[in-house]
Design a protein. Structure first.
Length: 276
């Protein structure tokens, strides 16, 4: 069995600081890895920004060859203002061969964690959460959001931009205007949520319906309209919905996407509710 090679890259990590902390014992795992293998700073490509430098590392080619410059790609013959920036980290725009593609030609398999170069160009390459930030995805229409009627106790970044992107506050009230609403105790509660495209285009609206029995809320129904007979799914805490197809309007064009939900939490009195 041949030896396995592990390559670890750190964006914007100062080699001097990494060496210093490793020597002091603050980064013991780095120290072990450096002793077991090799450690070096990368020769930066100009301009020294993320996309073209990671592509240079992954291909051994300069931006003029692989085509990724700044946050996008500029093709010969195009005007200076023309660039393709939405997929700067993807294999769709890179014009040079990645080193894992070269390895694949020799029958070698490669596993990439949180690295550039998706979608795969070889069956011998496995991508795990391909983007450089776990959970982020260049091709997503809308970002993942937690809809809750309370603020979490755990520490989080309180800046308005972060909270707005990752959390959305919902308020429940007595259900009104519903058709085929089931009867029972406690009385059904409703709320409205929106799935907002990252582009700022028109959102898609869903209606939430909390239902229960014996005086305790048990489930959350999700529907496009206020008709219980036409709900998409009724979830219990901890349960995922299947994938649903939706059509979004993005830059005046109709784009089809998929979406699903998970009911993370629902207390019996509905005081705590979280939908992901």
């Amino acid at each position: 069995m041949g030896k396995k090679i592990y390559v670890i890259g750190l964006d914007a990590a100062s080699p001097k600081l990494v060496k210093m902390f490793a020597k002091k014992g603050s980064c013991q795992n780095f120290r072990k890895l450096m002793k077991m293998g090799g450690f070096s700073k990368a020769l930066p490509a100009v301009p020294a920004q993320t996309p073209e430098n990671w592509t240079t590392i992954a291909t051994g080619a300069w931006p003029g060859t692989h085509g990724i410059a700044v946050w996008g790609r500029h093709d010969p013959g195009e005007t200076i203002t023309e660039k393709h920036g939405d997929e700067a980290m993807s294999s769709n725009l890179c014009k040079a061969e990645y080193f894992w593609e070269a390895a694949a030609r020799q029958g070698r398999k490669t596993v990439l964690f949180n690295f550039i170069g998706y979608p795969p160009t070889s069956k011998k390459v496995i991508h795990v959460d391909w983007f450089f930030m776990p959970g982020a995805y260049y091709f997503e229409i809308a970002r993942a959001v937690s809809y809750a009627n309370f603020m979490p106790e755990s520490p989080f970044d309180p800046s308005p931009g972060v909270v707005k992107k990752s959390m959305s506050h919902v308020e429940f009230e007595r259900a009104k205007g519903w058709r085929n609403l089931p009867k029972g105790e406690p009385e059904p509660l409703e709320a409205r949520i929106e799935v907002a495209p990252n582009t700022g285009d028109e959102s898609i609206t869903y209606y939430l319906l909390l239902l229960g029995r014996s005086g305790k809320y048990k489930t959350c129904a999700i529907s496009r309209i206020k008709d219980y007979s036409k709900i998409l799914i009724e979830l219990k805490p901890g349960q995922w919905s299947p994938w649903f197809k939706e059509v979004f309007t993005i830059d005046d064009q109709r784009r089809e996407g998929t979406i699903r939900f998970k009911l993370v939490e629902l207390s019996p009195d509905a005081a705590r509710f979280r939908l992901y």
